[in-house]
Design a binder for this molecule. Structure first.
Ligand SMILES: [Zn+2]
Ligand SMILES: [Zn+2]
Length: 317
């Protein structure tokens, strides 16, 4: 899709946003990886179903992106974390702190892999001094920050029922610890499938090629996939660190190829899943020009013949 077409699609999507009643997927932040980008916010997404909204990953800048999307914090009832890399969790501190500071009622349901409880406990502990100070008025009652969250750790095969949705998790291949090993038990990266009234959406999270993700996404209306341009990423690293030894570059390339999806692999996944529509987010493609994005789309389209959109921030599907 050419750039002007992309911009028209984006404008149309934003214009249509407030009146859509069907469950929608909004790309709040489409950047992939830990390098901040001036044009794309860190990984975060939102599923909106009626008056409910659920975050799917929560990178730095998520609360600003929610505001740009016209979503108020009380609407956000749950957070699903695919894994605990900081680019996917950097916005959780602000989400919790601003909810606390504005007395958002009810508990935020947080679902994530093993380690999520420890991460949230740490963030709650970090809130103690500001919670004790309150608004700075003597004798103010103090609410317990821990009372505003409900953490549930999930793993492959977990099923969560929330609102009108059924959410299923599957372990993907973003981590390659030996199955059954201590590290495999302690650290998991998840993909999610959201079965909503009249619509199904699968979210790969960060993953390499994965039969489990393809099975999870079987027949979905919308597949939301990550993508990496390995060559561009390696070139970017070489620019940053020109003296990096060849074995280190080789190891990095192996990691990037095994733990993420190339354009061709995204196309293969969409075909294997039989997805009706494909949206690419979590774009690890440093400095990608419109022509480079068109080339990525063409590589996906070599295998997958359905609708493909390389998403921008705040696009609604
Ligand atoms: Zn990531
Ligand atoms: Zn990651």
């Amino acid at each position: 899709m050419r750039i002007w077409t992309r911009m028209m699609v984006l404008a149309a999507a934003l214009a249509a946003a407030p009146v859509s009643a069907a469950p929608a997927f909004i790309t709040l932040g489409t950047m992939g990886g830990p390098i901040a980008d001036p044009h794309r916010s860190q990984p975060a997404n939102l599923i909106v179903d009626g008056s409910d909204a659920w975050l799917v990953d929560c990178g730095d800048g998520t609360v600003e992106q929610l505001a740009k999307a016209g979503i108020r914090l009380p609407q956000v009832k749950a957070l699903f974390l695919s894994h605990l890399h900081f680019d996917h969790t950097g916005g959780v501190a602000a989400l919790l702190g601003l909810r606390y500071q504005t007395n958002v009622p009810g508990r935020l349901a947080i679902y994530g892999p093993p380690g999520t409880r420890a991460m949230v406990d740490g963030l709650l502990a970090s809130m103690a001094p500001a919670a004790a100070a309150g608004y700075g008025l003597p004798g103010e009652p103090q609410a317990d920050p821990a009372a505003m969250v409900e953490v549930t750790e999930i793993a492959s095969g977990s099923v969560v029922r929330i609102g009108a949705a059924t959410v299923t998790a599957a372990q993907n291949s973003h981590y390659s610890f030996a199955p059954g090993s201590d590290a495999d038990r302690r650290f998991k990266s998840l993909a999610f499938r959201f079965d909503l009234p009249g619509r199904s959406i699968a979210y790969t999270g960060d993953t390499g090629p994965s039969a489990a993700v393809a099975a999870l996404a079987r027949g979905v209306d919308l597949l939301v996939s990550e993508l990496i341009d390995v060559d561009a990423t390696v070139a970017n690293v070489r620019r940053n660190t020109p003296d990096m030894p060849a074995p280190a570059i080789a190891a990095l390339t192996r990691h990037l190829s095994g733990h993420h999806l190339t354009a061709a692999q995204v196309g293969e996944l969409a075909v294997r899943a039989g997805a009706k529509q494909l949206v690419v987010t979590h774009l690890v493609a440093p400095g990608a020009t419109p022509a480079a994005l068109d080339a990525i789309e063409a590589q996906i389209a070599a295998a997958y013949k359905g609708s493909i959109v390389i998403a921008q921030d705040l696009q609604r599907f």
